[in-house]
Design a protein around this ligand. Structure first.
Ligand SMILES: *Cc1c(COP(=O)(O)O)cnc(C)c1O
Length: 367
């Protein structure tokens, strides 16, 4: 059986090093905002090429806190509009709503699955304050074009980098490509903790200090509250784990790229479309997404061959019961991706023989 994502095997690659880090944090007697978090924040900021990193409780909070900080800074107000891709995980859209603002959904480009930069400008109104691109499946959005549009219209750009730790664009990493970025360290992400975790990265000193306070009950100094904040902190044990895993992130991303490269070279079944990748450095293959009009039958067929696959995602945000406000909207490109997408196993615990098995099985499928 080839599992889609065997976290036991992935974390098992670290041997005793993870256990030692956990024990060090557990026996330190200090569990919130201590040395482990400080060390990880510094290491992750350096890795992304940013001056600041602020640990948060999860990825949703990282994005929400950035927007709340812009409100406290007087740069955004309740009711402002934020342009966001229609095909994303629901967290991107919820973050905007939780910060009291209005998500304006934008279709993706059919080739890259990322926000269609040809449409963005038609959605800008005098209430638009930011663009929130998602580096979906691990592939960097068209950031040069997005930054150019944002600068011409005085908009902020907030990267949802939850699926793209370490992906590169013009020699810079995600997290440093816009004005601020939110990351998730959910266990299955490319840089995953052993529970929930997240981070904000930015070069903006005021935003960093405001966001840091907001995530810690609005407080810069204990028992002194400048803002109505939230409690969203990365804890010491998760930070210790992430510190160990960060050192291997590039190696793991390279392995994911190698698997993806072999899939792209080896799969030639006309019944499936492969992801369009122009730049392997710009993709960290959090998800290897293929499209097939016969997705359900293909998934069952692969399961019968002992290959587990997942769907990212079965229902687009605007069709969710929770998102009634979008129920009248139509996004045909988004809907087609959600109807046809299937994710093949692609992770550093896979063996070479597994890759060949997947390629042979997909090629043998009769469309
Ligand atoms: C995982 C994810 C998030 C949210 O992260 P959590 O840590 O689960 O809150 C946000 N956006 C995208 C695109 C994600 O994949």
């Amino acid at each position: 059986m080839i599992k889609y994502c065997d976290l036991k095997a992935i974390n098992g690659l670290y041997g005793e090093e993870l256990n030692e880090a956990i024990l060090r944090a557990a026996s330190s007697g200090w569990y919130i905002h201590g040395k482990e978090v400080e060390n990880f924040e510094q290491a992750f900021a350096r890795y992304c090429g940013c001056s600041h990193c602020i640990g948060t409780g999860n990825g949703l909070d990282a994005l929400t806190v950035i927007l709340l900080a812009y409100r406290e800074m007087g740069i955004m107000v309740a009711g402002d509009e934020i342009i966001v891709p229609a095909n994303t995980y629901i967290a991107t859209i919820l973050a905007i709503m939780q910060a009291g603002m209005k998500p304006v959904l934008c279709e993706p480009a059919p080739q890259s699955y990322n926000i269609d930069t040809g449409i963005i400008e038609s959605l800008i109104t005098e209430k638009t304050r930011a663009i929130m691109p998602v580096h979906l499946y691990g592939q960097v959005a068209e950031m040069t074009r997005i930054m150019d549009i944002a600068r011409r219209h005085s908009l902020k750009v907030i990267e949802d980098a939850a699926q793209a730790h370490g992906a590169m664009h013009d020699g810079k990493r995600t997290g440093s490509l816009g004005d601020a970025a939110g990351f998730s360290f959910y266990p299955g992400k490319n840089l995953g903790a052993l529970g929930d975790g997240g981070a904000i990265t930015t070069d903006d000193d005021v935003l960093a200090s405001t966001a840091r306070a907001i995530a810690n009950y609005g407080s810069h100094r204990k028992y002194v509250h400048t803002f109505k904040g939230v409690n969203s902190r990365l804890d010491e044990i998760q930070a210790a784990v992430l510190g160990v895993k960060l050192k291997n992130l590039d190696k793991e991303n390279d392995r994911r790229r190698e698997i993806a490269h072999r899939y792209i070279a080896g799969i030639d079944n006309p019944a499936v479309s492969l992801p369009a990748v122009n730049d392997y450095e710009g993709h960290v293959f959090h998800i290897f997404a293929i499209l097939s009009p016969e997705r359900e039958r293909l998934q069952q067929y692969l399961a019968g061959m002992g290959i587990e696959t997942l769907i990212h995602y079965p229902i687009p945000p605007h069709k969710q019961e929770a998102m009634e406000e979008f129920s009248a909207c139509q996004f045909p490109v988004t809907e087609r991706i959600h109807r046809e997408e299937l994710s093949l196993p692609c992770n550093p615990a896979m063996r070479d023989a597994d890759i060949e098995t997947v390629i042979r099985a997909v090629n043998a499928f009769k469309g």
